[in-house]
Write a protein that binds this ligand. Structure first.
Ligand code: PGA
Length: 245
């Protein structure tokens, strides 16, 4: 039995609109809410929609706070491929959110363990995440929690799988430039969010969507743990839903 609320949208643009509806309701109900945010191609239609909606006066980000899922190890926030840069370019620079109220793991941290522990404390101090946005990797990763023999609990450093580096190399000049490690919220960090919203679009995500939400819960498919969350909405387009219809 499926324990997630599954919505099938026509295309990525409609996924973005439906996701924006959910964000809009949460921000309007709690103007200083904490948004857990994600990078990647999948959230872009949502971010564009949110920018438009604030311009149209339907949503206001001036008191909103945010915590991002992950960051490459070794990249500074002004590196064009860093996730901090991605968030500035694709969302923060275009909405009224105060940059001081947005956190992303520090890719240049000298003491990785201390930075990760401090990141958990910052999220706690914010009062926890109200809605955590997620994409999904072809291997079922959420954030940079890759398939492994257990579910990592808190924010931690990870070695990146080749499949993930390959998938992300399109943003770099070559695969050699793709960092080999990253920092990510743990599965426990994600599961502590009051609500989770996972988006998946495209035919290439159809198999992993099926495995994650219609297969067994296993750390070999990290997203499958979301079946145990209790307040998860999954919005997929028709292509990503093609194996579950
Ligand atoms: P994508 O990445 O949105 O670029 O497909 C998703 C992910 O790897 O989590």
């Amino acid at each position: 039995m499926l324990h997630v609320n599954l919505i099938i949208a026509k295309d990525p643009a409609e996924v973005g609109k439906l996701a924006a509806d959910i964000f809009q309701d949460i921000v309007n109900a709690k103007p200083d809410c904490v948004l857990g945010l994600a990078t990647g191609s999948t959230p872009l239609p949502l971010y564009r929609e949110l920018i438009e909606r604030e311009k149209a006066g339907k949503i206001n980000f001036s008191q909103v706070r945010s915590a991002n899922l992950d960051e490459y190890k070794g990249l500074s926030g002004d590196h064009p491929q860093s996730y901090r840069y991605f968030m500035q370019e694709n969302l923060f620079n275009h909405i009224s959110i105060d940059p001081a109220n947005t956190i992303v793991p520090d890719g240049l941290a000298e003491d990785a363990d201390a930075m990760c522990a401090a990141y958990e404390r910052k999220i706690e101090a914010m009062g926890g995440v109200d809605i955590q946005l997620l994409g999904i990797g072809h291997d079922g990763h959420i954030g940079f929690n890759e398939p492994c023999d257990h579910f990592p609990v808190t924010t931690h450093e990870v070695e990146l799988e080749e499949i993930t580096r390959e998938a992300n190399k399109r943003f770099f000049n070559s695969i050699d430039e793709v960092p080999t490690a990253a920092y990510t919220m743990g599965i426990g960090t994600v599961m502590a969010a009051r609500k989770v919203l996972l988006l998946a679009t495209g035919k290439d995500k159809a198999e992993i969507v099926k495995q994650s939400f219609f297969g067994p819960v296993t750390p070999m498919v990290p997203a499958s743990i979301l079946q145990f969350h209790g307040n998860v909405t999954v919005i997929v387009d028709e292509a990503a839903a093609s194996l579950i219809k």
